[in-house]
Design a protein around this ligand. Structure first.
Ligand SMILES: [Zn+2]
Length: 265
């Protein structure tokens, strides 16, 4: 295992060097960054969140409109976990890199809001968010917390205070369009960046999985930190098949030790 540790140390050093030398860095995060916070990957069949539910039956826009009560029954477990979850060292690490000027944009597939709660400012939630809700009738937008708490405690389905329509969490359901403005901003950030860091995404969910290609096409560097292999491992400058919550603090430590020397920002 000694050689593995050396490989990790070398990967961490290389990652720190590339981050220090880059000017426009995008971090793309997926479910793997929130699993250390106790949030299962709800798109995975192994998440334990599906039970007898068919994803396409409950978590699609058409079935939400047809049977919102069943949708809310399904999402109850996930909502209960998300509302209590706390950011982990990977979220805090990325937020501190942004504050230090080493990260310009965070693109996340996660709907848990943990990047913002850790202090990240420029976050693009391409799969939407559980933090807010919109009325399916009048499209007004509301903070989700009160409605979710009320549902978890009393089983009250979230209803629009203005028009009485049903409120839908602002997460992107199966078969639903990505939020257009956010998606355009994400594509733009990927085209402009000179470094992309993938943290906790297996790059399996389209179209987000295609974003790194836009960066690579423009010659950007790629750092991949994910437990399992991805289709871009062979094209990355650094690949670390490790826990992001352990690796990101190590990279930051390395950057901090270099900052007095060649890594200034
Ligand atoms: Zn309404």
């Amino acid at each position: 295992m000694g050689s593995n540790r050396e490989a990790i140390e070398m990967g961490v050093r290389n990652a720190a060097d590339i981050i220090c030398a880059s000017h426009q860095t995008v971090v793309l995060t997926g479910a793997g960054i929130s699993t250390p916070s106790g949030i299962p990957d709800f798109r995975s069949p192994d998440s334990g969140l599906w039970g007898n539910y068919d994803p396409f039956e409950v978590a699609s826009l058409s079935s939400f409109r047809y049977n919102p009560i069943r949708f809310y029954e399904w999402i109850r477990t996930l909502a209960g976990i998300v509302i209590q979850a706390q950011p982990n060292q990977a979220h805090y690490g990325i937020a501190s890199l942004e504050e230090l000027g080493f990260v310009q944009t965070v693109i996340t597939q996660n709907i848990d809001g943990l990047h913002q709660r850790a202090g990240s400012k420029n976050v693009l939630q391409v799969h939407g968010s559980m933090e807010s809700m919109s009325c399916v009738r009048c499209y007004k937008n509301f903070s989700a917390k009160r409605f979710i708490s009320d549902y978890l405690e009393n089983g009250t389905i979230p209803i629009c205070p203005d028009c009485g329509g049903i409120l839908k969490p602002d997460l992107v359901l199966m078969g639903e369009q990505m939020p257009a403005q956010t998606w355009l901003q994400a594509q733009d950030a990927c085209k402009k960046c000179d470094l992309m860091i993938i943290a906790g995404s297996s790059l399996e969910v389209l179209p987000v999985a295609g974003l790194p290609m836009r960066a690579l096409q423009n010659g950007a560097h790629l750092i991949l930190i994910n437990y399992s292999e991805t289709y871009l491992d062979a094209r990355a400058d650094v690949v670390l098949h490790e826990d992001v919550a352990e690796i990101i603090p190590q990279i930051i430590k390395q950057i901090n030790s270099e900052r007095s020397g060649r890594c200034k920002r």
